[in-house]
Write a protein that binds this ligand. Structure first.
Ligand code: NAD
Length: 542
């Protein structure tokens, strides 16, 4: 019998561990890195709780050492995709009817397991498979993932408590039903936390999912799946389906039971999925919820009243941490001509100090980009800049893919506010800078607003607070996450709920109540205590 009214209070954010040499966390992580470096994991599909091996396999390698194979994963074919839909639908009723506090308890157990036993496992897999250094892995695969679990439970308890008022002789309630069907979670390579969250938010609200992990994050994502199983997520609630995205997307979009898509990745992929839903729109049981966080062309705007050292820090760390592969990474900067030489000098000093290489060597600030396709894409943009007349590479620019997919932190300077790399997302360690005349702030703001199709993150620097506010107002629709005197990256769950608009997504804010509400169908119930028996209104009676 479950009849307690449970409130989950707002949690504290998971502390980031230091990993100092000799610390318990460092010893555990080093041992796990060693274990995973010397293992080749055979990763099955997991459908309805059963492991399935199709024999159609692909490799997971270290991006910084691409001859090093970490795992082989089995790919789903048409038959397995249909099995996964059946498994998700079969598990739906029982999971939807499971008391929400029981679901919350399982999610809270996921957080506890990850904070303890699974912490080194998830961090090591994210470091080796996605080429993150210790710090970048810790803030993603440990802390942010844990925060998503705990905060969403808190937000769910707030959401379920939103109830209509009672009337005279009438009781009104709202039931928050899970969606009617399954949710397709399509997840990106760059954040283990996002891969987890895109499944576990709908799951917390009573939905079942089909999970299409990114092929370049399959190792960490498989360990996440093992964590869910250990925490007690029942068979069929999350169905782990590595394989070809276009095939999985197509078959799931053709199912009448598709109830929602929870997506993070590139704008092009999301638009393909959206079109596919549009083509099938008459066939669905209900209109699928489409929630997608997509590409960006995130910016730093520098007002002439800014401080050189602060801007240099923001540009360097904002553009190059995790090799510029955060959706929020700074990739274009507008800066007064009077400040640019000093900022560039400072950035070059940082660049001369940082080291690039393997994740296991803690001295390396920069690691590899995710795969050869990404390296080739960055290479083509750099070649374009090298040959352009209205741009030049003024810092970095060297790249080498012989051992790992390495690209130096790079600055392209341009005199053309519409230069290709001011407009298009590159998703690598490349910052394009447009120095503007100090007396043309408004013109530069206008360029920023109208140059790119995206609207994800951005920041403005300046000590003149009134000028900063004017710029902030003018840039109202350029970013869903906007920063003042800070870099445009590093959102924290519970503090800066994340997401953008324009071509950057549906802005449903991961890590907040706004997202949870997309995974429920409220049913409002009116119960009349004494039902009338006469059709006449009182004024009609004598
Ligand atoms: P991607 O679009 O290449 O892949 C995302 C996922 O979609 C992968 O699992 C992939 O296998 C799958 N996929 C590819 N084609 C598909 C298809 N036709 N149908 C169904 N699924 C398909 O993106 P990525 O390279 O993994 O991630 C980088 C992109 O993600 C960047 O554009 C970045 O800006 C964006 N991103 C955005 C946010 C945000 O919050 N806005 C966060 C992280 C990443």
């Amino acid at each position: 019998m479950k009849n307690a009214i449970v409130q989950f209070p707002c949690p504290a954010n998971e502390p980031v561990k230091s990993y100092l040499k000799g610390s318990p966390e460092r010893i555990a992580l080093d041992a796990e890195l060693e274990r995973q470096s010397n293992t080749i994991v055979d990763i099955p599909l997991i459908i309805g709780g059963k492991e399935i091996r199709t024999g159609n396999v692909a490799e997971v390698v270290c991006p910084h050492d691409h001859k090093h194979v970490l795992a082989r994963y089995h790919k789903a074919g048409e038959k397995e995709i249909k099995m996964a839909i059946e498994a998700a639908m079969a598990a739906h009723e029982q999971w939807a009817n499971t008391d929400w506090t029981v679901r919350a308890a399982i999610i809270m157990k996921c957080a506890e397991l990850l904070a303890t036993k699974y912490r080194p496992i998830m961090n090591a897999a994210t470091m080796l498979g996605q080429s993150k250094n210790i710090y970048q892995a810790e803030i993603d695969s440990a802390c942010e993932t844990i925060d998503f679990f705990r905060y969403n439970v808190h937000y769910a308890s707030k959401l379920y408590a939103i109830q209509p008022k009672l009337g005279a002789g009438v009781i009104n309630t709202t039931e928050y039903r899970p969606l009617e069907g399954f949710v397709l979670a399509v997840t990106p390579f760059n954040f283990t936390s996002i891969a987890s969250n895109l499944n576990m938010t709908p799951v917390l609200m009573g939905n079942t999912t089909i999970w299409k992990p990114s092929s370049t994050a399959t190792l960490s994502n498989y360990y996440l799946m093992k964590l869910y199983e250990e925490a007690g997520v029942p068979a069929g609630v999350v169905n782990f389906l590595p394989g070809q995205g276009s095939l999985i997307g197509k078959i799931c979009c053709e199912s009448k039971d598709l109830a929602g898509i929870h997506f993070t990745g590139s704008t092009g992929t999301f638009q393909t999925l959206w079109k596919s839903v549009g083509n099938n729109i008459a066939n669905y049981v209900s209109y699928p919820r489409l929630v997608g966080e997509t590409g960006g062309k995130d910016y730093i705007f520098v007002h002439p009243s800014s401080t050189v050292d602060e801007v240099a820090w923001a540009a360097f760390t904002g553009a190059y941490e995790y090799q510029g592969q955060k959706c929020s990474a700074a990739s274009r900067m507008y800066i007064p001509k009077s400040l640019w030489p000093a900022v560039l000098t400072k950035m070059k000093k940082f660049a001369s100090e940082v080291k690039m290489g393997d994740v296991k060597d803690c001295k390396n600030f920069i690691n590899a980009v995710i795969d050869e396709a990404s390296w080739n894409n960055i290479d083509s943009y750099l070649k374009f800049a090298e040959e352009a007349e209205d741009a030049k590479i003024v810092m970095g620019g060297k790249r080498d893919k012989s051992k790992g997919y390495f690209v130096e932190p790079t600055v392209i300077e341009t005199s053309n506010p519409h230069f290709k790399t001011m407009e298009e997302e590159i998703f690598g360690p490349v910052l394009t800078v447009y120095p503007y005349d100090d007396d043309k702030v408004d013109e530069a703001v206008h360029y920023l607003d109208t140059t790119s199709i995206y609207g994800l993150t951005g920041s403005v620097f300046g000590r003149d607070r009134a000028a900063v506010q004017k710029i902030s107002d003018a840039l109202c629709y350029t970013a869903g996450n906007f920063y003042v005197n800070d870099r445009p990256t590093g959102a924290v769950v519970g503090m800066q709920p994340f997401g953008g608009s324009r071509a950057s997504g549906t802005n449903d804010k991961a890590g907040g109540e706004f997202n949870l509400i997309r995974w429920v169908l409220p049913r409002v119930i009116k119960e009349t205590l004494v039902t009338p028996t006469d059709y006449r209104y009182s004024y009609m009676k004598e």
